[in-house]
Each structure stands twice: as structure tokens, then as C-alpha cells.
Design a protein around this ligand. Sequence first.
Ligand SMILES: Cc1ncc(COP(=O)(O)O)c(C=O)c1O
Length: 364
Amino acid sequence: MVSVSRRSVLALGAALPVLGHLDWALASPAPAASDYVLLNYNESPYGPSKAALEAMQRGNAASARYPYPHMYALAALFAQQQGIGEDNVAVFAGSMAALRYAVLAFTGPTRGLVMATPSYEVPRQAAESNKAPVHEVDLDAQHAHDVPAMLAADPQAGMLYLCNPNNPTGTLTPTEAIHQALANKPEGSVLVVDEAYIDFCDAQSCVSWIKDHDDLLVLRTFSKIYGMAGARIGLAIGHPALLERLAVFGGDNVPAGAGLLGAHASLEDVKLLGQRKALNASVRDETIAWLKGLGFACTVSHSNCFMIDVRQPAQQLVERLAEQHVLVGRVWKNWPQWVRVTVGNRQEMERFREVFAAQVQRVG
Ligand SMILES: Cc1ncc(COP(=O)(O)O)c(C=O)c1O
């Protein structure tokens, strides 16, 4: 095992070309706690914004009291920004919790889950534990959700899950196809559109559609572009009756005020999204262009992650990169030669390139 010292990671950073003004303003330092480059959980390398961090300090001090006023204030601000009702927004301790509750609420032994593959595995795992049949449908040739095939997969489906942009591919499903899913899904089923990564791209959000559809649930998170994965704040957006069905499994479960105040400050910081979106896109596209230059195909990502066809067993490559302290992944069972990579900051992606180039050369 070759160890890479923290000093060498910093030295590599020093050798990088001078970053633009925007980059310095937003770039985080090299990983502080260790010399590992973490490109494996689609987290943000930039962390909470300055305004969010200040608000989180205030939130800590507010921990003596129950957090409900902060929960309602966050829901109200999001609703106001999106032009929907406050009662259309519920706050959860991460969108993963809302997603699991949705699966528990809408599926069961006689009402299956239909989803794409490769896609975010949490709904499948929740459905399996709920003894619901799971129908996984391959992405289409453009790596979009194959909506006609999803609609045909299970006439008894209780829930269709559509992740846009998709995790792990970062690819988009056309708005028209999502409309088609909503209009033609099995009777009594719910369409869950997971928009964890929507702020990284220009695609239309489905949030406003909930005004006309009581069988559509949209999920958002503060873990990705807002850089607050550890604070565990997510939103479920839908008709109040739909949100009620989730609340049965655990509503009002958001701890303390820090995350809530940080999320509120993030939403108020209207310039943040554009800056982070532009920075992510530029680092992502540079990295993908470099990989393509080496002859590796990549998915067309509109997100903070993408997949590379490494033309060899991807899990083995993940392990070799990990030995060099660059953590990437995961690998999906039906795409065994593809690996997911999260877009880090420029220094992190430089390190990724260096280690990736050395490891793939070894295989030839
Ligand atoms: C598509 C998708 N949905 C939901 C989540 C979970 O987000 P949260 O941190 O809000 O629970 C993730 C996290 O990786 C994700 O990729």
C-alpha cells in the first residue's frame, strides 16, 4: 500500500495553475482531517456557505427549544420561493428519510416499486424490506429513464421512482417523459421525482406541478449543492394528504436548530446556487474532457457526479485508487465496468487524474 502524505497533497495543490477569483472564493482547503480525496458520496467539496455556517452557530444556541418554528420557517421560505403553499412542504432529517417513508407508504406486497437501473438504490432497499416487488428498468440509450418501459413494467405498481438528474449517471430525463409518466402510471400509484441534484443543471423542476397533481411527490436536499450532508435536512413536496402518508412513519423528526437555520440561510443566499453550479460544471467538464482525451467514455452529466467506462472490472480499480487515498465509487452490478466519480474541487480532481492515469496505465 502506497501512502500519500498530507504534505504531498498540499504540494500538488501548490503546483496547480492559478485559480480564478470565483474559485478561490469557493474552493475548500485540501481535506483537513486526512489526506484522503473523497469523491465517493456526491458530497460538496465546498461545505456549507459562510452565511449558512454563521446561521448554524446561532442554531446551536437555539437548541434548548424544540425546532418546530425553524422547521416551519424553512418550509415557508421554500414554498414562497417556489410559488406553492406552505402545507405542500414537509421537512425531514435528510431526503433519504422522506424517500424511505414514501416507499413504505406507497408500496407493499401487492403494490410494487418501479425504478431505473443504475439509479439510487435506497428505494429498492426500502421496498425489499417492505416485501414489495421491485421492477428495475434499464436506462435507455441516452441514459435517461425509459419511461415507456417503466410504465409497462408493473400494472400493480404503487410507486414509480424517477431521479432527475439521475444518480449515479448524472444524466437527465426529458421533461416530456416525466409528464408522460405522471399521465400514464398505474391507477392509484404515486410518482416520486427525486431532485437531489436539480440545482446543478438547467432542467425544469417538477415542484410546481404538485399544484395540479395529488399523486406526485418531489424530493429536495440540502446535502448536495448546499454542502450540508452532515446536517441532514431534506424536503418532501406534495399534496398535504400525500405528505400526511409519509408523516405516519416519522414526521417532525429534524434535530435541533443548527441544520434548519443553515438551510434557511442557504436558501436566502440567492447568489450561491449560480456560483456553485458554474464551478461544479467547469471542474466536471474539464475532468470529463481529460478522460475522453485518454479514450474513456463518460456519461453526459448535468450533476456533481458522472460515470466512466473504465474498460476493466471497475471494483478492482476502485480498490487500487483507494490504496492511493482517492476514494471513488460505487460500482453498479449491471454496469460492472463503469465507476461513479463525484466532482470535487480543482485540487481534488487534479489528484484524481494523477492517480487514475497511473492506475489505468498499469492495466494497459
Ligand atoms: C438521489 C438521491 N436522493 C437522496 C439522497 C439522500 O440525500 P439526503 O442526504 O438528503 O438524505 C441522495 C444522496 O446521495 C441521492 O443521491
